[in-house]
Every structure is written in structure tokens, then in C-alpha cells.
Design a protein around this ligand. Structure first.
Ligand SMILES: CC(C)(COP(=O)(O)OP(=O)(O)OC[C@H]1O[C@@H](n2cnc3c(N)ncnc32)[C@H](O)[C@@H]1OP(=O)(O)O)[C@@H](O)C(=O)NCCC(=O)NCCS
Length: 185
């Protein structure tokens, strides 16, 4: 599946990353507050460039295990303000996962919910998924609040799921089924 880019939402354009997005990408991806609950370390500009190059290739889904990683462009600010991801976890069981990261300068406006909602739509309507999950550390309240705004249900709370930035971290798993998506719509 390769969506017809750009995907349009009320306020945003979602499209594959481009080389010229590096400044916008680096501006948030390398911030310690954005990295706080991610299992990766704070990247320098060179690492961000490598990450961006990988993301530029993640613009279609042809087999399970792949991800769509899209830049979220906000025309009002004329820049990329964040990114959203849709991972195809299983073809047989029609499972997927969404993820997101936004520049704190542009948080608190509902933009992340809008962009993540577009990924749910793509997963359910475009890819025909049966179930889509999202995961976060319970301390990452903005993240699970976003999942709840989308209508996802908390399904699990795993204790000491992994070592996050040198200490044990728990994990929330949220999910939505296709039938729940249709009802919410
Ligand atoms: C997770 C993350 C994307 C959430 O960002 P966010 O700005 O809180 O989410 P939204 O863009 O949906 O904005 C929601 C907020 O805007 C408010 N808002 C304002 N206008 C709104 C609108 N039109 N529609 C919806 N919400 C709106 C909401 O009330 C909410 O504020 P609240 O939490 O104080 O109630 C952000 O915290 C982030 O990028 N974190 C770092 C990376 C990360 O941890 N990613 C997740 C890993 S699991």
C-alpha cells in the first residue's frame, strides 16, 4: 500500500520525509524532553540525518514488519512539526501499531491527535487491519491521553517491561478494533 500523498487532515499534510526536512526534524528529535520516554538515546545532528534517510524510504507498505513513517507538515507554521508511524505487525492477523512524536513548540493544539487519527484511518480503511495498538510508558501521560482521545482502550499494564534510560520502565498497551473504529466514526 502506498497512500496518495500528501494525506490531508483538517489542518495538516502528511507526506514522506524529504532531505530538506532535516532542520525541522533535528529541532525536535534531538530534544531530551522529546526523547525522555523513547528507548533510543538523544541523537546528534549526524544521527538525525541517518534516521531521516531511513525514514525517507519508509513511504509504503508491501509486507508485514514494515513501517510507514510520515512527516507531519503544518501549513500554518510552514514546517514539519512532528511525525507519525504506522507499523504493519502481521498480515495474517491484520495487526498494526501507531506511533508519534511532536515538536514541543507545537504541542497542546491537538495536531498529534489529528495526525495519529489519520494513521488509524489508513490502517483500518487503507490496509484493512483488524486491530491497531499503541504503547507507551505510563509516565508519558501526554502519550496515553492522546490514545484515549482517539478512543483506544487500555488493554495492559506491564510492570518492569524494559530498561528505559537506565531504570526499569512499565508499559501501557492500548488498542482499537476495526469494529470499534467503525462505531466511533
Ligand atoms: C505524545 C505527544 C505527541 C502528545 O502531544 P500533545 O500536544 O499532548 O497532543 P495533541 O497534539 O493531540 O494535543 C493535545 C492537547 O491539546 C489540547 N487541544 C487544543 N486544541 C485541540 C484540538 N483542536 N483538538 C484536540 N486537542 C486540542 C488538548 O486539550 C490537549 O491538551 P491537554 O493534554 O492539556 O488536555 C507529545 O507529548 C510528544 O511528542 N512527546 C514526545 C515523544 C513521545 O513521547 N512520543 C510517544 C512515545 S510512546
Amino acid at each position: 500500500m502506498r497512500p496518495d500523498y500528501p494525506l490531508k487532515t483538517e489542518r495538516l499534510l502528511l507526506r514522506p520525509f524529504e532531505e530538506r526536512d532535516l532542520d525541522d526534524f533535528f529541532a525536535y528529535r534531538a530534544r531530551p524532553d522529546v526523547q525522555r520516554y523513547l528507548f533510543t538515546e538523544v541523537p546528534d545532528r549526524a544521527a538525525c540525518a541517518e534516521l531521516l534517510a531511513r525514514r525517507m524510504t519508509e513511504d509504503e507498505l508491501t509486507e508485514e514488519g514494515q513501517r510507514l513513517a510520515l512527516a507531519v507538515y503544518w501549513p500554518e507554521a510552514r514546517r514539519v512539526v512532528g511525525d507519525v508511524v504506522l507499523k504493519w505487525l502481521s498480515e495474517t492477523d491484520r495487526q498494526g501499531e501507531i506511533g508519534y512524536g511532536f515538536n514541543p513548540e507545537f504541542q497542546g493544539k491537538g495536531l498529534a491527535t489529528e495526525a495519529a487519527g489519520a494513521m488509524l484511518k489508513l490502517g483500518f480503511e487503507g490496509l484493512g487491519l483488524h486491530r491497531i495498538i499503541a504503547q507507551c510508558d505510563p509516565r508519558n501521560e501526554p502519550s496515553w491521553r492522546l490514545m484515549e482521545r482517539l478512543g483506544m482502550r487500555r488493554e495492559a499494564h506491564f510492570r518492569d517491561f524494559g530498561i528505559l534510560k537506565g531504570e526499569w520502565g512499565d508499559l501501557y498497551v492500548y488498542a482499537m478494533l476495526a469494529e470499534e473504529y467503525r462505531t466511533l466514526k
